[in-house]
Design a protein around this ligand. Structure first.
Ligand SMILES: Nc1ncnc2c1ncn2[C@@H]1O[C@H](COP(=O)(O)OP(=O)(O)OP(=O)(O)O)[C@@H](O)[C@H]1O
Length: 864
């Protein structure tokens, strides 16, 4: 295949991807084409075998360029031998009433060691897998540990070990036991961030009728959350909250009642409720009333202990002190790194591990340390130890690197965040090309402090270079985009906790005329009165109310219109909203029937598309946001449409992946006691970011905890984003930076396995003694011999477990790279000259060239 053919094939592939991505009425996505195959099943859904489900799921051919979770290499874990300090931790006896704390620096193998400890306890201490509970902070950490455990003890045994995030653990306690211990409480559903801000948007700032009372208040989503959590956790009373936040007492009370009745909960509520359930279950000494799984645990293991804030620590204490059937107290293993404590703003403390005796006074505590890092090169370790630990008084744990010598971290300094981004793109391009395709875009991670910075980098990568990027986030990324409307529709379809509120959100989208919120609150008021009149307490009546009210108006043919809703929407174009609402509800009814017999990701997508097409929600999805700020305002209409199309395509494809992977989990965990839709709505956030090898990774430092990547960039110039914060104080002699900043920098830099780039403000580079000793401004050369393993390229090959490309390919990469005009990262003189002369023309030409080069040549090198 010649170069041109390769380019055409790539463009064909690109077109296919684009069709899959965008839902628009003209080009329906391919999932419609296979509708005939997906709707053929008429068996009762719950009777399906696992094989049937797997077969259904084969509709979803997995994109070969996607790969799961980069951070911990399983093959490494399988082949690696435990060091002596790791072995000490692994074999420490899990004696009842004892605590083992493991303080371990970045890359010291906490995941590997914890997985081996579990295996050891099962084989040497007669523990059953279900005797062990492992709690961690993030889905990714859980996923990584699960994979390592699978590899060490086999999936059968690993599958019986309870391994959960705190959230999923608390949610499962609430889900399984609340109806037993608190039978009068409504079934619960977690309310996501977007719905939460819609909630305060709908209910705040106007008079609204709740439980028959007219109440009024103005409050932001985050204040509302603070108030509700404070009241629920007993921090203050409704009266105190009312005084503190200047909101009416009645308003707070009624909102609380509404949320409770509708089963709408935030994460913190789950934690508080899970604790109440645990307390309640042991209030009598009768073993019969205990929660069996909690009474079974003999060992509790907690990862990332340095990040535990007050409420999570309460969960650990509750679980640990929960009685066991054999009358013995539990054993607790706590692993973490005080220098990686970056949640102080939530109340976590770097001193927790050292002072754990105070938190668990009746336990026998033993402290262990792991002081070797398998991830960091000696140069990276020296630099981060100096800049974040020694210069700023953090605890020096004397970590040593087991890796051979390599390149010093590179310091780069640019005048603006945008120029830093240009530099990073240039350097990524260079490394990919000069390594002959050994390095791929997915090997690179750019870390920032804020989501806003990530957004700016993502925009620049896309708009200036046509590059796609993969953003790590705590929650499913599609759920914070316009695609959230799909979630609302699914919640309406489900008809259960949260459905009422989801319908309100949909209605807000259907009513596009000014005054929509006011009409919505009027509708809500008459619904509230209707509920009281009919003594209804269920939390999903809004749909019934709207249906019955609208049907009433249809029956009155003689000109007397009785519908109460009609009276709200009767004027002018508002009637269109009513028509759309009727259409929406009738297609919901129809699709609900379809889904009652057959629920696969494909069938769900099919139903969503059907509902959206009929009710014009598809238009809502396809229309770009109008009120762009900053950069968006500078784009032409065409550019805004194009930018929206790209964002939408990406959100839809991640939504589609979420459905697909959730379905796999649904089948794998045999969760057939609930429908797939219920399962998905409960677990869609338990995702793990899937990497695509053609995408550069972007993350906030907080979200990157526990990850490791071959090449990491930590840009330092954030002035363009309105924050004066940068890393400069860390590099300046005589200044002791805030501990929290030093730790954040430490976490960021220690994600790097091979190469680290640190952005530094120009003016500060000479003010620190260690700066030029520990960092370099020279860009790493791939061919130079750096240690006994050979060149940087050879070392990367070993670390990545990939074959180093042959000479021909590397030459090809080099000559392609030489033709790319963007060289500002190497010598930025030319760019500066350009900037001062004729910036816009030059930049466009440069960017178009780079884009073409990246797409065609990059693919060529990667895949030839
Ligand atoms: N004994 C060992 N021999 C070889 N490689 C090891 C060993 N132990 C761990 N590793 C490897 O070291 C790397 C870092 O391990 P891991 O990610 O578990 O560290 P960590 O302590 O969890 O780091 P962090 O604190 O940054 O989350 C992984 O790639 C892992 O496979």
């Amino acid at each position: 295949m010649n170069h041109k053919d390769e380019e055409n094939v790539y463009h064909d592939n690109l077109n296919i991807e684009l069709r899959i991505g965008v839902l628009n009425p003209q080009s329906r996505p391919p999932f419609n084409d296979s509708a005939t195959t997906s709707t053929c099943g008429v068996k009762n859904y719950n009777q399906k075998s696992k094989q049937d489900h797997n077969k259904d799921n084969q509709d979803f051919a997995i994109d070969m360029s996607e790969m799961e979770v980069p951070n911990k290499s399983i093959s490494d874990s399988q082949s690696a031998k435990l060091s002596s300090s790791q072995m000490e931790v692994v074999s420490f006896p899990p004696t009842p009433n004892s605590i083992l704390t493991v303080q371990a620096g970045p890359g010291s193998g906490k995941t590997f060691t914890m997985a081996n400890r579990v295996a050891y306890m099962i084989s040497h201490y007669n523990l059953e897998p279900h005797d062990i509970l492992i709690l961690s902070m993030t889905n990714r950490a859980v996923h990584s540990l699960r994979q390592t455990l699978d590899a060490i003890v086999g999936p059968e045994v690993a599958g019986n070990i309870e391994l959960r995030t705190f959230h999923s653990f608390c949610a499962s306690v609430v889900d399984q036991y609340e109806h037993i211990y608190f039978p009068n409480n409504a079934r619960k559903q977690l309310i996501d961030d977007v719905s939460w801000s819609s909630f305060s948007n709908i209910f705040s700032g106007k008079t609204i009728s709740l439980s028959g009372k007219k109440v009024e208040g103005t409050i932001t989503a985050s204040t509302l959350e603070k108030i509700l959590h404070g009241i629920k956790s007993g921090e203050f009373t409704t009266e105190q909250a009312s005084n503190k936040f200047k909101v009416s007492k009645d308003y707070i009370h009624e909102l609380l009642v509404y949320l409770e009745q509708n089963g709408m909960m935030r994460f913190q509520d789950f934690v508080a409720d899970a604790i109440s359930i645990m307390d309640s279950s042991i209030s009598s000494s009768d073993e019969e009333s205990w929660i069996p799984q909690l009474a079974n645990y003999k060992v509790v293991i907690v990862d990332e202990i340095q990040d535990m804030h007050h409420s999570l620590l309460s969960v650990i204490k509750k679980v640990t002190s929960y009685p066991t059937y054999d009358q013995k107290a539990k054993h607790l293993t706590l692993a973490g790194d005080p220098n990686q404590c970056i949640y102080e703003f939530l109340g976590s403390s770097p001193d927790l591990l050292e002072n754990i005796e105070k938190e668990f006074p009746t336990f026998d505590v033993n402290h262990y340390y792991m002081r070797e890092t398998y991830r960091l090169t000696p140069e990276i370790l020296d630099a981060v130890t100096a800049f974040s630990i020694r210069h700023h008084g953090l605890k020096d744990v004397s970590l040593t690197s087991v890796k051979p010598e390599s390149f010093k971290p590179v310091a780069f300094s640019r005048r603006s965040a945008s120029e830093e981004c240009d530099f990073m793109v240039g350097e990524i391009t260079r490394l990919i090309f000069e390594s002959g395709g050994l390095l791929r875009p997915s090997d690179f991670l750019i870390l920032t402090r804020t989501n806003k910075e990530i957004q700016a980098i993502e925009d620049q990568l896309r708009d200036s270079y046509g590059m796609k990027s993969n953003k790590f986030s705590q929650n499913a990324t599609w759920a914070s985009s316009k695609v959230h409307v799909l979630l609302d529709i699914l919640n309406v379809l489900k008809k259960g906790p949260g459905s009422d509120f989801a319908l309100l959100c949909v209605l807000l989208r259907l009513d596009k005329r000014p005054g929509g919120r006011l009409r919505l609150s009027k509708l809500f008021n008459i619904y509230d009165q209707w509920r009281i009149r009919n003594s209804l307490t269920s939390n999903s009546n809004l749909e019934d109310f709207v249906r019955s009210d609208l049907e009433q108006s249809n029956k009155t043919s003689k000109g007397v219109v009785q519908s109460k809703i009609f009276s709200i929407y009767k004027l002018g174009d508002n009637r269109t909203t009513l028509d759309l609402l009727s259409t929406f509800l009738s297609s919901v009814r129809e699709m609900r029937q379809n889904l009652a017999v057959h629920q696969t990701p494909m069938a769900i997508l099919e139903s969503l598309l059907n509902i959206m097409e009929k009710s014009t929600l598809l238009e809502y999805l396809n229309s770009p946001e109008t009120s762009g700020t900053g950069k968006a305002q500078k784009l032409s209409i065409e550019e805004q449409i194009e930018a929206h199309r790209i964002r939408l395509e990406s959100s839809l494809s991640t939504f589609y992946n979420s459905l697909r992977s959730s379905y796999t989990r649904y089948v794998d965990t045999n969760s057939f006691n609930e429908t797939f839709l219920e399962f998905f709505l409960k677990t869609y956030n338990d995702h793990v970011t899937i990497l695509n090898e053609d995408m550069i990774n972007l993350s906030t430092i907080h979200m990157a905890k526990g990850l490791e990547f071959p090449v990491v960039f930590v840009p330092g110039n954030s002035s363009a984003f309105g924050t004066s914060q940068n890393w400069s104080s860390l590099f300046t002699d005589g200044i002791v930076a805030q501990d929290s900043k030093a730790r954040l920098f430490y976490v960021a830099c220690t994600r790097a396995k091979s190469l680290l780039y640190i952005g530094t403000p120009e003016e500060d580079t000479s003010t620190c003694r260690d700066f030029f000793r520990l960092l370099t401004t020279k860009l790493p050369t791939l061919a130079t011999k750096i240690n006994s393993r050979g060149s940087l390229l050879d070392n990367l090959g070993v670390d990545l477990k990939r074959t180093v490309p042959n000479r021909r390919k590397i030459e090809q990469g080099r000559s392609f790279y030489a033709e790319i005009p963007l060289r500002n990262h190497a010598t930025d003189i030319s760019l500066r000259a350009t900037r001062n002369l004729h910036i816009s023309h030059c930049r466009t030409t440069v960017q178009n060239n780079v884009r073409r080069s990246m797409i065609t040549w990059g693919r060529y090198i990667l895949h030839i």
